[in-house]
Ligand binder design. Sequence first.
Ligand SMILES: [Zn+2]
Length: 285
Amino acid sequence: MNQLYKYSLDKTSRKFICPNCNKKSFVKFIDNETNNYLNEANGRCDRESKCGYFKKPTSNCITSTYNYDPKVIQPSYHNKTILQQFSNTRQQSNFITYLLANFAPQNVSQAIDKYKIGTSNYWSFATVFWQIDSQNVIHGGKIMLYNRDTGGRIKEPFNHVSWVHKQLKINDFVLQQCLFGLHLINSISKNDIICITESEKTAIILSINFPNYLWLATGSKSGFKESLLQSIKDYKIIAYPDKTEFNKWNTTATLLNKKGYQIQCSNLLENIDIENGGDLVDYLF
Ligand SMILES: [Zn+2]
């Protein structure tokens, strides 16, 4: 096991002017979380015997531990051609059938285009929700099966959730999830409001009905966390946790707001008469 410190000496060959001997032999500390140089004073002079200047950061801490093998921790991504391979035009998924029965066709086809909703034959008429980041890099494709009449998830006899890389049997695929809909962030301005739900389905349906907001989804209860939210730190965010999840999400939001996030956590669903775990779609439709 290796430990990753917040600050470590720059491993590149780049040298700066040493604050002690003024020779270009100074290796600076790097902030591993931002990849920026720490400052002018913290670092080590390479002229060990002649100068020996070495100033460590006063507050260094271990940020993570990992098994040293860069191949293991490097996330995998899908090639863009995969979108066509799992395109909704090949076969209409149950989820799209449900949307078309409840919303205007032009709105549904806009939503398919925006969120790049796909179809998988892993289970017949299953849906693919791609997780694509702001650089249009595809992190993964989540496969889910819905009931075409009710729009509910198929959870019996087992919970129908899988991933495109599993369907394709890419065994060494390292999934690093991002928010669902994150690629749409390039279409909004810094003053626009981002709304976050847990479910991809809910984000899509709310985007049809409330198009003035950008609707993203965490994909799971535990997905409401800084590693996923840091990509939208600069935006005003309204989070809509499922009923009974408010306290957990609100605790996270409060912590993140102290770090400069602007998250408002809605308790709308806690006090209304829907089943536990219900969300905005159960409330509005
Ligand atoms: Zn020096």
